[in-house]
Design a protein around this ligand. Structure first.
Ligand SMILES: Nc1ncnc2c1ncn2[C@@H]1O[C@H](COP(=O)(O)OP(=O)(O)OP(=O)(O)O)[C@@H](O)[C@H]1O
Length: 333
């Protein structure tokens, strides 16, 4: 197991500064998810840790050793990509064992380690198949197997689930979390999907425009976002943001309240709104609402909640869940 430290990492592609200066510590054995919108630089950061890209500035430490100019193969990291890049003419066993073969490992050792990885990933019945005879989820497991056999100190995942359908993604989230518990290795996982970040991470790193916005445990970021960016990025449906008179009454330039922290009632509440649209999800009802001053809100109510389109409702925000911001930053007190 190994910690990873990024010290003042900068990256430029020609005139384009993708990462101005990133400082980040990834604790030993953690499952750290780097999350942010497309283009914020998260894949670049992962490739720099892997050694596939060189930083323009700064240092990378793995297990407290400076690996900034160490060859990717010598860093003790293994990367799993979004596109599984399996060799179509090789069997599952050959695909998994390929990195070891390339490294010149003896045949018996390759077989041994492939068997161990296949057992962990429940791929044993599929070892003789070719990739084209596998489902998307099975292919991704083979790609993960190829990383496991190398017994890396640090696993790097670059959006590994984005080619899978929703049901399979959910299943693989559980499998990856179990894999992490089983192996105890440090895992760094890049995604733009906040659900993956919330469900798998023990540490989330939210990035925005090449900078680290906030680092912390999922529920800490959810409950105490430091910026409106983090507040709006984590959670679905998204946090509501309100400005003007409504925010001023709470002593803020802007307030935020999550849809599940609004209580709806016919006659009691702080704000009056009309129902524009509703989505009945079975377990929940999602209301799209318009306040009297024209600001839009979303509220989540029980599955059997039954306000009609056009109805007038009162909204009561939970006082302990109301976030106050000025200049995009959280206000304290
Ligand atoms: N080799 C390169 N040459 C020039 N620009 C690049 C190169 N690689 C990445 N970039 C640019 O760097 C920025 C960050 O890219 P990066 O792939 O790290 O973002 P990302 O957050 O991982 O996005 P996505 O979720 O879309 O993969 C983008 O503006 C991208 O166009």
């Amino acid at each position: 197991m190994s910690s990873v430290s990024l010290m003042n990492i900068g990256k430029q592609f020609g005139a384009l500064t993708v990462l101005p200066a990133v400082d980040l510590t990834i604790p030993d054995g953690s499952f750290t998810v780097i999350v942010g919108p497309s283009g914020c630089g998260k894949s670049t950061l992962l490739r720099i840790i892997a050694g596939l890209d060189m930083p323009t500035d700064g240092q990378i430490l793995i297990d407290r050793k400076d690996v900034t100019s160490v060859d990717p193969a010598e860093r003790g990291v293994a990367m799993v990509f979004q596109s599984y890049a399996l060799y179509p003419h090789m069997t599952v066993a050959e695909n998994i064992g390929f990195p070891l073969k390339m490294a010149g490992a003896p045949k018996a050792e390759i077989e041994n380690r492939v068997a161990k990885a296949a057992a962990i990933l429940k791929l044993e019945p599929l070892l003789a198949r070719k990739p084209k005879a596998l489902s998307g989820g099975q292919r991704q497991r083979v790609a993960i197997g190829r990383a496991i056999v190398r017994e890396p100190e640090v696993f790097l995942f670059d959006e590994p689930l984005s080619n899978l359908d929703a049901a399979l993604r959910t299943q693989m989230r559980v499998e990856l979390s179990e894999l992490h518990r089983q192996l105890g290795a440090t895992m760094i996982y890049v995604t733009h999907d906040q659900v993956e970040a919330m469900t798998m991470a023990d540490q989330i790193v939210v990035m925005n425009g090449g900078r680290v916005e906030q680092v912390g445990a999922p529920m800490d970021l959810y409950n105490e976002p430091e910026t409106t960016f983090v507040a709006g990025f984590l959670g679905a449906p998204k946090m509501n943001f309100l400005k003007g008179e409504i925010a001023a009454r709470h002593g803020a330039e802007e307030i935020g309240i999550r849809p599940e922290h609004l209580r709806l009632s016919a006659d009691e509440g702080e704000w009056q709104a009309s129902v524009r649209h509703c989505e009945r999800l079975g377990a929940q009802t999602v209301y799209y609402l318009a306040l009297a001053d024209g600001q839009q809100m979303v509220a989540v109510d029980d599955g059997d909640s039954a306000y009609a389109i056009g109805a007038s409702v009162m909204l009561a925000p939970r006082a302990d869940k109301l976030h106050r911001f000025a200049d995009g930053r959280r206000l304290r007190n």
